[in-house]
Ligand binder design. Structure first.
Ligand code: SF4
Length: 244
C-alpha cells in the first residue's frame, strides 16, 4: 500500500530532541524536515531546506522509508513528530500522518500558511506562522484563513509570530485581532541565522535576549495578556547548530 503514495522530498530527519519553540516547547520530538519553500524570508534559519542549491542534499523518500527512519530514531516508542521545512505543506504528508497514527505517534506541522491542505485536519497540532514585514514577504491572509478552515477544528491550531521590530510587533497584534480564537506565541527572531554551509557561525544570544526583554516589556505595557513570549530554546542551548 505504502508504495502507492507519492514520495516526500526530505531534507533531514533527526531526533529525538526537544521542540525548541512555540506551543510544544520542551516536548521530546523527532523532526522530519522537508525540502523546498515557496517563501524566501530575509532571515530564514533553514536555508539548507529552502534554497534549490541544496537540492542535491534532499531525498525523495517513500512514506515507508520516512517512517522506518522515525521508528529507528525513536526506538519504536511513540512520541510527537514535528513536520517542518521549508514549507512542509508543499509535500504530500497525509499518508505519513496516517501511518504514524496507526503506530500511536502524534504529528505537529508548522507552516507560514500559504498553502492549505485537506490533510491538515488529520494533524494533532497545526502551527500557523505567518511571516512579518521584516521577512520581506507579503502575507496572503486569505490563504492563512484557508489553512485554518482546512483544519476543520480538529487539530489544536495556534499562531506563532516572529518579532524583530516595532513593525513586526504591530503585525503580530493585527494577526491576533484577525484570529482572536487562536492562542498566540511570540518569539524574538534570530538576526544571526546559520549560514546553510556553516552551522558553527556564532549566534548573538545577548542581542536576541535583549529583543526578548523588549518584547516582554511591550506585551506587558500594552496589557496584551493573551500573548505568550518565548525564546527559541534550541538557539539558547545550541546556537546555530543543525539537527539538534
Ligand atoms: S517560510 Fe520558513 S522555511 Fe520558508 S523561507 Fe521563510 S523562514 Fe525559511
Amino acid at each position: 500500500m505504502t508504495n502507492t503514495h507519492p514520495a516526500i522530498r526530505v531534507s533531514e530527519i533527526f531526533g529525538p530532541t526537544i521542540q525548541g519553540e512555540g506551543v510544544l516547547i520542551g516536548l521530546p520530538t523527532i523532526f522530519v524536515r522537508t525540502g523546498g519553500c515557496d517563501y524566501r524570508c530575509s532571515w530564514c534559519d533553514s536555508l539548507h531546506a529552502v534554497d534549490n542549491q541544496f537540492r542535491h542534499e534532499w531525498e525523495m523518500m517513500s512514506v515507508g522509508a520516512v517512517w522506518k527512519n522515525v521508528l529507528a530514531l525513536s526506538g519504536g516508542r511513540p512520541l510527537m513528530v514535528s513536520l517542518s521545512g521549508g514549507n512542509p505543506a508543499i509535500q504530500p504528508l497525509g499518508a505519513l500522518i496516517d501511518r504514524g497514527h496507526g503506530d500511536g505517534y502524534r504529528f505537529a506541522l508548522e507552516t507560514q500558511g500559504s498553502l492549505a491542505r485537506d490533510w491538515f485536519a488529520r494533524l494533532d497540532v497545526l502551527i500557523l506562522s505567518p511571516k512579518p514585514p521584516s521577512s520581506q514577504m507579503t502575507t496572503d491572509w486569505a490563504a492563512v484563513e484557508a489553512c485554518l478552515q482546512a483544519a476543520q477544528g480538529k487539530p489544536q491550531v495556534v499562531l506563532k509570530l516572529i518579532v524583530f521590530d516595532e513593525r513586526d510587533y504591530t503585525y503580530a497584534k493585527d494577526a491576533a485581532a484577525q484570529f482572536p480564537q487562536l492562542p498566540i506565541y511570540l518569539q524574538p527572531g534570530n538576526h544571526t541565522p546559520p549560514h546553510p554551509t556553516n552551522d558553527d557561525a556564532p549566534v548573538d544570544l545577548d542581542g536576541i535576549l535583549k529583543r526578548m526583554e523588549w518584547l516582554v516589556d511591550s506585551v506587558t505595557r500594552d496589557r496584551w495578556f493573551e500573548a505568550r513570549v518565548l525564546p527559541q530554546l534550541h538557539v539558547v542551548l545550541w546556537g546555530n547548530k543543525r539537527a539538534v
